[in-house]
Design a protein around this ligand. Structure first.
Ligand code: ZN
Length: 329
């Protein structure tokens, strides 16, 4: 279910996102699909300080986000909070340096400084190889029979090309402030509770909760109208985290990692999807490479990230196998 939110006129606009005021002084920056960027962000006016949640995939989108935050709150951004390590939530960080303080969980910092930094170094030293892979991928897309999947894959290719184009100016910007369970950021008008219940969508998933507004900026733990992506996920842990969020927090509105602002109903929809995918994956033939016989159920048919549906099932099948082996071993 979508919730009511105002579109914001004060900012001239960005080709990469649309701004929506979800509560007074709390703005969602909802990514425009196919714009070359990816990932939602949020701007929170704390009263005497401005906090931004996530910084999108594209440097240009992040530049626009910074400008929007400055125009809407009338001051520079003091804090940037990253919900998880994925590029579409952290890559724009550098656009807020050096003024902003960067905050995330200790685990997110560890992953960024480790495997993400290693992969970046590889991309820099073998950029030609990376471009070759993207070229090949672009050709492969045309073999895909599903027109909607083809369209979405073209968008992904655009985003990849934008990433490659900005590699020379890209600087990995690590959080300087970290927490393990929660921390508060207090402003003169409101306080934000930064929290984590562990990792489910990724190694470590954090979120921002505004108790007075009953609003959560939740990263990719909840996607609205998108297939939840599981490439680094543990769906069983993910379910536990969603249960805990619903049990422990009062929630009227959610700014999701992808898609439109939504209500607690969307968190429940994601939980149902995870359970459904786990059930479906358990009945799959272990030797069926491409899952040709599997089709997307009607209720998920208009969700974006369609290509993730089969990838998700394959990921769960693989993880289930590992779980069985570890129990037997
Ligand atoms: Zn993600």
């Amino acid at each position: 279910m979508r919730i009511m939110s105002k579109t914001v006129e004060a900012f001239a606009g960005s080709a990469y996102f649309r701004l929506k005021e979800v509560a007074e002084g709390v703005y969602a920056a909802i990514c425009v699909p196919g714009s070359g960027s990816l990932g939602n962000a949020a701007i929170v006016d704390l009263g005497d300080a401005t906090l931004v949640v996530d910084t999108t995939l594209s440097l240009q989108a992040a530049r626009d986000l910074r400008q929007a935050a400055e125009q809407l709150t009338g001051r520079p951004v003091a804090y940037v909070f990253n919900t998880h390590f994925h590029g579409d939530h952290v890559n724009g960080n550098q656009m807020f340096a050096p003024e902003a303080q960067f905050i995330a969980t200790g685990k997110i910092r560890e992953v960024l400084a480790g495997s993400v930094a290693d992969r970046l170094a590889q991309h820099r030293s073998k950029t030609d190889e990376l471009i070759g892979m993207i070229d090949q991928w672009e050709k492969d897309i045309e073999q895909e029979e599903d027109e909607k999947i083809r369209q979405e894959m073209r968008w992904e290719v655009m985003a990849e090309r934008e990433y490659v184009r900005t590699l020379p100016e890209f600087r990995l910007t690590l959080p300087g402030l970290t927490f393990d369970e929660e921390m508060w950021v207090h402003g003169s008008k409101r306080s934000a509770r930064l929290m984590t219940f562990g990792g489910g969508h990724s190694d470590s998933d954090a979120f921002l909760y505004l108790p007075a507004e009953k609003l959560v900026v939740i990263g990719d733990l909840v996607l609205s109208g998108f297939h939840p992506t599981m490439s680094h996920a543990n769906p069983w842990e993910w379910l536990k985290i969603l249960d805990r969020i619903e049990a422990e927090l009062e929630i009227d509105a959610i700014i999701p990692g992808h898609g439109e602002p939504c209500s607690i109903d969307t968190l429940r929809e994601v939980r149902e999807y995870l359970r459904f995918a786990i059930g479906l994956a358990s009945g799959l033939d272990p030797n069926d490479e491409n899952l040709d016989g599997v089709t997307i159920p009607e209720k998920y048919d208009d969700w974006l990230f369609r290509f993730d549906f089969k990838n998700n099932l394959k990921r769960i099948r693989e993880l289930s196998k590992q779980r069985e082996e570890s129990v037997q071993g």
